[in-house]
Design a protein around this ligand. Structure first.
Ligand SMILES: C[S@@+](CC[C@H](N)C(=O)[O-])C[C@H]1O[C@@H](n2cnc3c(N)ncnc32)[C@H](O)[C@@H]1O
Length: 213
């Protein structure tokens, strides 16, 4: 895959996890990637370019599991920490984001850590390719519930991606839109929430579709 400008000046960050550290390439300065165009085209916002604490929490939770080839979808993969941790735990991962440099770096970070995964550009607004492959046994997302638009998109999308046996794991740094997502989801989903030791102020929500009558 050709490098974009955003992936030219990279530094390596080590993330310690129960199964051993992962090394992630990330842009040296995420803020410098913010351009005027991002104010009119949300897809260009460089939110993908940082290792958010929610991704560390979710990667930790996955690192102590054995995922045994489970087809696993990540929504909004950013730099790929969660996807790489899931792949190392044995999952068959499809990591998605609408940002081209995020997908590029996720592929590079997987390779650098010696795991295989599929890195795919796909937005929640045009998810047909992901819906066609549903139900996904495991669906992952970290720090994606940061605005009302995302909440509405994911409230609509997740039931189309999940089946009765699917598990959805969402890590969130207790942002207000996440509260509204959870409140709206309770009717349809059983939700368990826990904290991750060592990652303060990040909640891990596990959702399962409630059986319909
Ligand atoms: C705050 S970042 C979190 C990145 C990563 N999950 C982490 O925790 O480090 C949110 C991610 O969601 C992606 N994203 C936001 N809206 C999206 C959409 N509508 N479709 C696909 N990806 C989206 C962004 O590009 C970004 O990578």
């Amino acid at each position: 895959m050709a490098s974009t400008d955003a992936t030219r000046e990279l530094v390596e960050e080590c993330v310690p996890l129960p199964g051993g550290e992962l090394r992630l390439l990330r842009p040296r300065d995420a803020e410098s990637l913010l351009t005027e165009d991002a104010f009119t085209d949300e897809e260009l916002l460089p939110y993908w370019a940082e290792v958010w604490s929610s991704s560390v929490a979710l990667a930790r939770a996955l690192s102590v599991r054995s995922l045994l080839g489970a087809p696993t979808l990540e929504l909004g993969c950013g730099l790929g920490l969660v996807a790489v941790a899931a792949a190392r735990a044995g999952a068959r991962v499809t990591a998605t984001d609408w940002s081209i440099p995020a997908v590029e770096l996720t592929a590079r970070n997987a390779e650098a850590n010696g795991v295989e995964l599929e890195a795919l550009r796909c937005s929640w607004q045009q998810p047909d390719e992901l819906v066609a492959r549903a139900p996904w046994p495991l669906i992952l997302a970290s720090d994606v519930l940061y605005d009302r638009g995302n909440v509405d998109l994911l409230l609509g999308l997740l039931p189309r991606l999940a089946g009765p046996r699917s598990e959805v794991m969402i890590a969130d740094p207790e942002r207000p839109p996440a509260e509204s997502f959870l409140a709206c989801s309770r009717e349809r989903w059983d939700i368990e929430t826990s904290q991750t030791p060592g990652v303060p102020r990040v909640s891990l929500h596990r959702l399962r579709l409630r059986p319909s009558d």
